[in-house]
Design a protein around this ligand. Structure first.
Ligand SMILES: Nc1ncnc2c1ncn2[C@@H]1O[C@H](COP(=O)(O)OP(=O)(O)OP(=O)(O)O)[C@@H](O)[C@H]1O
Ligand SMILES: Nc1nc2c(c(=O)[nH]1)N=C(CO)CN2
Length: 232
């Protein structure tokens, strides 16, 4: 995803949530500073090209959908989906996270060599500051939703789950499948619901860019607000 394609959608997200761009940029710069001088993960070392990739979400359906993850060639887990998959004995190839709720897992996984895309944004600076120094930088792929800078990358996406899908796309994943995605989950907060609405829009954008149809969107496309998405 070129940043100039991402930026108009990012602007719409900033405006919808009232996030200041400067907060995201400050967090990005702090993440870069914490990793300065270290050799961070080359994303191309994550072997997804040409493979069926399970992009695992943190919804309650993850256990019911576990076969999708087991049968995929590779698993990219969003946030706490990683903890749940690992607890069930399912290996993950990469974790995509803003550190919320599972920073200890991230420290442990990077120190064991599992790639983790650590995302800095305006509302997780404290977690970035406390967690990143404990990680093995060689397994850390630093990301931002603002403009990429100083080794901090932007592959597109907003929530951990849709960022995982954009990363899998960037790395050449041939087919994406989506265990653990529950857009209609009644247990989520109002704020989380609004984030999931964006995740849905962004997956819709991604499937159109790829010329693919993601199963997870079947029966939902007619209800998706596409007004903030570019016409492809
Ligand atoms: N019902 C759901 N509840 C939570 N996440 C879901 C759900 N369905 C899909 N997801 C995707 O799974 C990802 C991981 O969910 P989890 O609740 O572990 O993380 P999170 O830290 O709350 O995510 P984020 O910080 O991106 O909001 C979310 O970012 C979202 O993209
Ligand atoms: N500034 C900001 N950016 C985000 C936030 C957030 O709370 N604040 N939450 C995200 C996914 O939960 C992703 N990006």
């Amino acid at each position: 995803m070129d940043y100039h394609h991402w930026n108009p959608v990012y602007e719409a997200i900033l405006s919808d949530f009232g996030y200041p761009r400067a907060g995201d940029e400050r967090a990005r710069d702090r993440l870069a500073a914490l990793l300065a001088g270290a050799s961070t993960l080359d994303p191309e070392s994550i072997d997804l090209a040409g493979r069926t990739v399970a992009v695992a979400g943190g919804g309650p359906s993850l256990y019911d959908d576990i076969d999708l993850a087991v049968e995929a060639d590779a698993v990219v887990a969003a946030s706490t989906a990683a903890d749940r998959l690992l607890a069930t004995g399912v290996e993950v190839d990469c974790v995509v996270t803003d550190l919320d709720k599972h920073s200890e897992t991230v420290v442990r996984l990077t120190n064991g060599g599992t790639p983790v895309a650590i995302h800095a944004h305006g509302d997780n600076l404290g977690l970035v500051e406390s967690t990143v120094p404990e990680c093995d930088a060689a397994a850390v792929l630093p990301t931002t939703q603002a403009a990429p800078a100083d080794g901090v990358a932007n592959f597109g996406g907003f929530t951990d789950g849709d960022r995982a899908a954009f990363l899998a796309d960037h790395l050449g994943g041939a087919t994406l499948v989506f265990p653990g995605w529950s857009f209609d989950d009644p247990s989520v907060s109002a704020q989380k619901r609004r984030k999931l609405d964006w995740a849905e829009r962004l997956l819709y954008w991604l499937e159109r860019r790829r010329g693919e149809r993601f199963d997870v969107l079947d029966g939902r496309r007619g209800g998706i607000d596409t007004s903030a998405l570019p016409v492809e």
